[in-house]
Structures are given as C-alpha cells and as structure tokens.
Design a protein around this ligand. Sequence first.
Ligand code: MRU
Length: 364
Amino acid sequence: MKIHGKPYRSVWWDPQAGGLWAINQLSLPFRFETVLIASHAQACQAIRSMLVRGAPLIGVTAAYGLALALREDASDPALARAAQDLLATRPTAVNLRYAVEALLGPLRALAPAQRGRAALELAGQLADEDAALCEAIGRQGLPLLEAAWARRGRQGAVQVLTHCNAGWLATVDWGTALAPIYAAHEQGLPVHVWVDETRPRNQGALLTALELGWQGVPHTVIADNAGGHLMQRAQVDLCLVGADRVSPRGDTANKIGTYLKALAAFDNGVDFLVALPTPSIDWQLQDGVQAFPIEERDGAEVLQVQGLDGDGSVRSVRVAAPGSPAANPAFDVTPARLVSAFITEHGVFAPADLHRLQAACPAD
Ligand code: MRU
C-alpha cells in the first residue's frame, strides 16, 4: 500500500544491509520509523515487543528470523533451537507455526551449508504469498460490500465496523479485514469504517485509523463499548474483522473484544464477517473456544495508556486506581455460530463449509 504516494510493505528484506527492514509499529502513528532486524534475537524481540504484530506479519517475520539464525549456526540442533525460540514469542497466532514449519521441513532436508540461502528464499516466498493471499481476500470480499451497498439502496456509504488492526500493517501488504475495504474504495464504492479503539493497546485508534487515513478511506474512531449501540440504531451494515487462529469448524480467535462485537451483531441481525488467509486455520484443533492458546499480556497495558502529550512527546499515564492489579487476556474466541461467513483467498465460506478448504492447504 502507499504512504503519501510511496509504495510500502510492512517488512522487506535488504540484501545490502543483510537484514529485514520493518516499519516500527511501536512508534506509530506519532512517528514513522523503520528498524533493521539483523539477527534471530532481534526478530524474536521484534515479535515479542510488538514492533511487528498481526498474525500474518508475525509469521513472515519469524520466517526471516529463522533465516537470520542460520547465518550464526546452521546445524540441526541450532535450527531446532531457533525455531523453538520463535514459536515461544507469541502463542495465539497460528501463522507463526505455519511459517516456521513451512521452512523447517525443506531446511532439514538440506545440508547445513545450503540452509541459509534456502531459508532466505523460502521466507521471501512466504512474504510474497502473504501479500498475494491478502490481495485475493480483497477481491473475494468486495462483492459482500457491493451487496451491502445495494441493500442500502446505493445511498450514503456502506457502514463497516472493525476491531483491532487487520490492515496491511498486520500483514505484509493489503491486510485481511481491510483488504475488501481497500478494494471497494479503489472501485469508488463509498465506505465508512467505524474503528474500535481496541483497548488495551489501541491498535484500532493508533494503527487502523492511521492506515485508513493514508488511503483516504472515511472512518471514525469509537470507544470499544460503542459498537452495540451503533448496531441497535442501524448504523452498522456489517462487522468485518481479522483472525489470529480459526478452527476447521469456524471458532475464531481475534483481539480481545471481538466476541462481544459478534454477540451484539447476532442480537441485531448484523452480518459478522471474518477475513483470513488459509494459513490462519489451525487444522489440529476443532474446539477453539476451549483449546486455543490465549496470550496473557502484562497488566501494565491495561493500567496505563500511551499517547501524545501537548508538547509533542509520547507518554504513558496510569488510568486505574493506584495499587489495583489488572488481568490482560489479549485474545478471545468467537464461536462459529456467531460468524456469518469467512472471506478467504479461495472465496467466501459459511462456517459449516470451512473444513472443505483443507484440501487446498498443505498438510498440517
Ligand atoms: O496483538 P496483535 O496486535 O498482534 O493482534 C492483532 C489482531 O488481533 C488482528 O486482528 C489479527 O492479527 C488479524 S490478521 C491481519
């Protein structure tokens, strides 16, 4: 996607610098900065600290992290250790496992001396694959927005509510939930996006709003608790979110708060759509509600809020009573029965049909 007319991906390999450039998502939207990830340890830290984030982007960064590890030591034990370290960085997005396994199989079959170069090629292929899958999600999802526009009698703008950031910053390019919105915007279809702020880390207010602004898509940031009210007043045509892990029966892990939006959508007869590339499907777990690993993050993220001060500096302030502790589950699972449809690179699927995609996916 473009920032002020210049095309960007969220990460890109630089052969001269021998590392992976990443847009530093910890400094957005207040400062645009790129960071060179030049070692396996830096790749792990970038994922853990959320300098890079979003399920598909975590996976691609991990692939490059594995390639960087092999520069230091390409032996079998080092390869296994590097993969384990990457897998331990963040537990919920299954794209991390997908990417690490996509490299491990072919690399194990090679002699150590050949692994470094092969790993870089495979990581590059994964990055290109992610961009292509997300672009395809945009194409596949566009008819749903066109249908919503027709239902409105082609009046006003299609009103979409989204949660967290499932845009191009969360992927290599295009995004998942935002890809159909970008496709619609490019076609001249009027879309307005309600952007959930997405406490505690505010990925909606900070990143989704920034992305939509860069592309000129009309949007409004709302408090996380406003969505139900807007749905009751018929101000939302559809909810469109991304996913960090989806089970074959359609249970969907996404940023904490997604489940409550799905409940409100169900109660108000609003379509609740999940956009995902097939690497976000965990073919090993059916019951996502009980079995998906949910990341528990530092309570400080709940107790504090970061923002821009009047003097231009970025500061954290405490927003809870002194001494109170906080719990911080970072994801929740929306049961399949609350999902109207899944938008994938292969087309739009009802939850009951999602399992059919397994034939199109590499064995897991
Ligand atoms: O904790 P984050 O910011 O990595 O969480 C990201 C999300 O929950 C996104 O909605 C998800 O990865 C969507 S995939 C583009």
